[in-house]
Design a protein around this ligand. Structure first.
Ligand code: 5GP
Ligand code: MN
Length: 334
């Protein structure tokens, strides 16, 4: 948590006169959108207006969250988003640890005059004016709850805040399953339910949203899943042609990599996907126990993230990327 002195300084910055922007990472996920909107609704409950800016669009299954449709998408409203970031007095940076993770907004953030406040749970954060980084907490949305507690504002938690933070925690813990899910996480979830978050409704709004095209894509990649490295590593992939053929929409492949990790004995899963428009391969890594995919992705695939969940990019062809990957896991004896 921020130190008591830092909290006093942050509190002094949170005034209705100050222009406040909340930023989150490229390809926003449930935790990115949930933590950003949770913080926005908390500030609103304090009488303070804030704008949420996201670098690019986010999946439809997150748009039911209160105010999600008011998020400013920088890719679509470039000038407006730039002005917000450039003119801001305070910028909250949520669920990312480096300006390189927020696409075109990164340069705006670096040059902005605002006080920059980081709240994030990824490994190896860069410098910001105020940093609350904790890589043991499973979701930035949980950290927003801790921030509200530290500000002694728990009484302000309302249904909007509760729904957003619940969604962020639920999605980033894979439905309260992943390793850093703690008793504290569940206590906070219990509080959020008491404040009006409805578990059945949130789960259904977020996860019972499959399209037929998504299920067909899933069937395709499950049909050819490969297990290598002494049955310890699962490999999945999708080509651009296939994405086009199945009418891919943003978010359609979310969670696919986890199927690889659900195979008995598998300790690491990698999902390689050709980008629909640009010439690179987007990679998702997931792992169990002490297999550190953050380090692995940093070392070989221009990426990073958490110990058990990371992403990266490759500029080789899909086939070459998968060959390189298989070589590296053998070399590193994963
Ligand atoms: P996903 O596989 O869901 O895209 O990402 C898994 C985790 O790794 C997320 O927490 C995400 O923020 C992080 N991540 C994904 N891609 C990158 C990347 O290129 N660089 C870094 N540093 N982190 C990434
Ligand atoms: Mn997160």
């Amino acid at each position: 948590m921020f130190t008591p002195a830092e909290l006093l300084e942050i509190n002094a910055l949170l005034t209705p006169e100050n222009k406040i922007v909340i930023l989150t990472h490229y390809n926003p996920d449930g935790d990115a959108v949930g933590s950003s909107l949770g913080l926005k609704h908390y500030l609103k409950a304090k009488g303070i207006h804030a704008e949420v800016v996201v670098p690019n669009d986010f999946p439809k299954f997150l748009k039911w969250m209160p105010d999600a449709k008011k998020n400013i998408i920088a890719e679509y409203k470039r000038k407006y988003a730039f002005d917000l970031v450039n003119d801001a007095d305070v910028i909250f940076c949520l669920d990312f640890n480096s300006p390189s993770r927020i696409g075109l907004v990164g340069e705006w953030l670096t040059n902005a005059k605002a006080k920059k406040i980081l709240i994030d749970h990824h490994q190896q954060p860069e410098a910001f004016d105020y940093v609350y980084s904790d890589t043991v907490i499973p979701a930035t949305s949980q950290m927003i709850y801790h921030f509200i507690e530290a500000m002694e504002d728990e009484k302000l938690v309302n249904q909007d805040i509760a729904e957003c933070l619940y969604t962020g925690i639920m999605t980033d813990t894979g439905g309260f399953r992943f390793r850093s899910t703690s008793a504290t996480t569940h206590r906070i979830i219990a509080n959020l339910i008491e404040k009006g978050a409805d578990p059945a409704l949130i789960t259904s709004n977020t996860w019972d949203t499959n399209t037929v095209s998504r299920l067909h894509l899933l069937a395709l990649i499950l049909g050819r899943i490969e297990v290598v490295c002494n049955e310890r590593v699962a490999v999945l992939y999708l080509t651009r042609e296939e994405l086009k053929e199945y009418g891919f929409q943003k978010g359609d492949t979310e969670g696919f990599v986890n199927y690889g990790l659900s195979i008995l004995g598998v300790k690491m899963a990698a999902f390689f996907m050709e980008d629909l428009y640009e010439d690179f391969i987007k990679i998702s890594f997931r792992s169990k126990d002490d297999i550190d995919v953050n380090q692995f992705s940093r070392k070989y695939f221009n990426g990073g993230g958490h110990i058990n969940a990371a992403g990266g990019k490759s500029y080789e062809s899909l086939a070459d990327t998968i060959t390189t990957f298989k070589k590296k896991i053998e070399e590193d004896q994963l």
